[in-house]
Design a protein around this ligand. Sequence first.
Ligand SMILES: [Cu+2]
Length: 515
Amino acid sequence: MKKYLLLFIMILTTVGVLVACSGSGEMNHDDMGEQHENMDEKDMDHDAMTEDEMDHESMSGDEMDHGSEHEEHGGLQNLKSTTGENELGIPVALESEDAKDTVYTIRAQKGKTEIYKGVKTDTFGYNGAFMGPMLKFKTGEKVKINLVNELEEETTFHWHGLEVPADVDGGPHDTLKPGERRTIEFQVQQDAATLWFHPHPEGSTSEQVYKGLAGLIYIEDEVSLQLGLPQEYGVNDFPLIIQDKKFDEDSQLNYADAKNTDGTTGDTILINGTVNPKLTVRDEKVRLRLVNGSNARNFTFKLNTNEPFTQIATDGGLLNEPVTLKELTLSPSERAEIIIDFSKFSEEHMSLVDDEGIDILQFHQSGETGTATNLPGKMSSFSLSTKESGLPVSKRIELFGMMDQVTINGKKFDHDRIDFEQEKGVTEIWEIYNKPDGMGGMIHPFHIHGTQFKIVSRDGENPQKNEMGWKDSISIAPGETVKIAVKFEHEGIYMFHCHILEHEDNGMMGQVMVN
Ligand SMILES: [Cu+2]
């Protein structure tokens, strides 16, 4: 009985805050998170709740009205502008260990990093103390990767966006214990793209990524190399793994302190692990491969001058043709490749800013002339056929909740439960609905492992031009319903989940078995 009394009190408290916040039209997930964190874990037995008990909307306003304290947007840390005092670090392009075949060794390690000059910060990294290298794969080739866990905790090596059999995908089933090694092999079967890799252990993905485990994959194919796109790595082709973190007074990345159950954000931008970054560019077209590697922050990127730029690729590869934009939003784990033509600019101060004008990355134009390139008209042959878009919906997914009460179709992740089955090589339409909660809800970036999918529609409308390409993650707004066409080329059990890493760790994840 005591347990149910506590549960009841907890629901009343939660709902009280919900009303206070929704009444003011403000969303405040953070303060709610704190309330929950103050409670004893065992008092929060969600499994004991019925669906009705968890459904905030089923209660009337009177039942829920517990006061009217006005809460601020506590959840989202305000970002500071980069000062531009440090030249952007470029991830090392890892050399194959074999002259003939592509063989890499990836070690998950811990170490100390001088993120701020003269101060050592405890960090995690791949093949180094912080962040990771860039792995280059060519379409069609066989790749062998030796995985080594040198951490003092379990981890996995997940290849985000790579179409590989489930047993090498590095999901939560594939943990390596401290000191353990494993060798995986697979064939690269997809077109040129910018992918990334990160850990995926159940319950601690958010902390491990936050501490620095994130690396890059460039897939190249013959066609993409002949298009004349900027492709001199570190010269006019730059990866940007963009993350926000919060440093404590000792300049440490104290995850327990920074943690927000509803998605951890920080006030400090790091790109490729560099704080206060600037990028020196020549007067030429420069390709930026943007990776939103943050735990939870959505970024809307613009140029401070409001000049247009050109998007050439989505998560899974090149768009059919370049798309001109003035701003671009990426939710966690989404990628986009953009081209900025610096031969057109000679401003004193050029930078990539967010939608509030905060400098994310400053540019320094060296004045040197670069390579003159023309953007190709046609880059890929992506298509969504009328047959595909006309298929009936065969899987329905409802994303709901906040903090540690996040669910998919009312359930939390259970590694012993298969949520869906799908046949290999068969396209199915997944319909995903982001059900708003009493506070208006929040964006959930939805990711599926082991495949690249096509967006069929957003609320019944065609996707924007810059989303007409391969995707493995999709940002879904509260109240929005998206349809995507999904096909798996390999067998096994794959994850689908929210890529707000704290939501994922809190169980906003399911499994599809491909036969
Ligand atoms: Cu989420």
